[in-house]
Design a protein around this ligand. Structure first.
Ligand SMILES: [Zn+2]
Length: 280
């Protein structure tokens, strides 16, 4: 399958979103029963080689691919312009990591959800671009509140690992878990932040904002689960564990891995969304 038909290197994060459409086109799509897809990222340090909007670029690429796959199943989707101002805890002692209070994010997301409900949208699927537990907990809270205060049914779509970390019960009406088959070689060393997988996706879809000259000199961090627990305490603890801001092996990244990763993920996401829409 040729993923390049959906996205090409250097695509703007507004590409293929509702922001490129007129209000009449949006109205017509909603009246045909289109669903909404919304990526929620942050501005956050991503090491010496990736831009601070990495968690905005990657969900944008992912959702364009999900939209394309849903269309093949006869489900039309509108992509909501990506959310930038999320909750940062782990990287919060680094520059250019913008910290927003969870309640501000819940209020803002709720207002957006209510506006979309007023426009007639019935289903909205929210996906995170950022793995900070606090950010994901905030999205889940906003999805529940927005759904309770409007006629729209929103769902937080996340990997089963994240749904488990949040303690959300399987089958929750506002949560949807997916799993991505991994073909990684088993290793005790973790790849968590601005490492192989995030760098690979950026090389595949937004290579013009990757600092290629910095990338090749970055040594693998070779950190293990105990380091991850320390890193997740955040702020100075995270900076001590990862002084350069990345956790993993960015120099191992390839565009080919990035493309394959996004496609595997998008297929899993498309399946769970299509099932939820068809069951509704
Ligand atoms: Zn990231």
């Amino acid at each position: 399958m040729n993923i390049a038909t959906a996205s090409s290197p250097g695509d703007c994060v507004l590409k293929d979103t509702l922001a490129e459409m007129t209000y009449l086109e949006v109205e017509a799509a909603i009246s045909r029963g289109a669903i909404g897809l919304w990526g929620l990222g942050v501005i956050e340090q991503h090491g010496p080689h990736l831009p601070t909007a990495t968690d905005v670029y990657i969900p944008s690429v992912r959702l364009r691919e999900v939209k394309r796959l849903l269309a093949q199943q006869g489900i039309e989707a509108l992509i909501i312009p990506p959310f930038y101002w999320g909750v940062n805890h782990v990287s919060s002692s680094f520059p250019a990591t913008i910290k927003v209070r969870p309640r501000v994010m819940v209020d803002l997301m709720t207002d957006v959800i209510k506006s979309l409900a007023d426009d007639g949208l019935r289903h909205l699927f929210c996906l995170s671009g950022h793995n900070d537990r606090a950010h994901n907990e905030t999205i889940f809270q906003a999805v529940c509140r927005g759904s309770a205060e409007s006629s729209l049914q929103a769902a937080f779509v996340a990997e089963d690992v994240m749904i488990g970390r949040l303690g959300v019960e399987p089958g929750h009406p506002h949560a949807l878990a997916f799993s991505v088959p991994s073909n990684a070689v088993p290793s005790p060393f973790l790849d968590i932040h601005a490492g192989d997988w995030e760098t690979s996706v950026m090389l595949a879809f937004n290579p013009e904002v990757v600092r290629h000259e910095a990338l090749h000199d970055l040594a693998p961090t070779n950190l293990v689960i105990a380091d991850l627990q320390e890193w997740r305490k955040g702020h100075d603890d995270a900076r001590r564990v990862t002084p350069l801001g990345y956790f993993g092996d960015p120099a191992a990244a390839t565009a080919e891995h990035g493309r394959a990763w996004i496609l595997r993920e998008a297929e899993s996401i498309c399946q769970v969304i299509a099932r939820r829409v068809q069951d509704a």
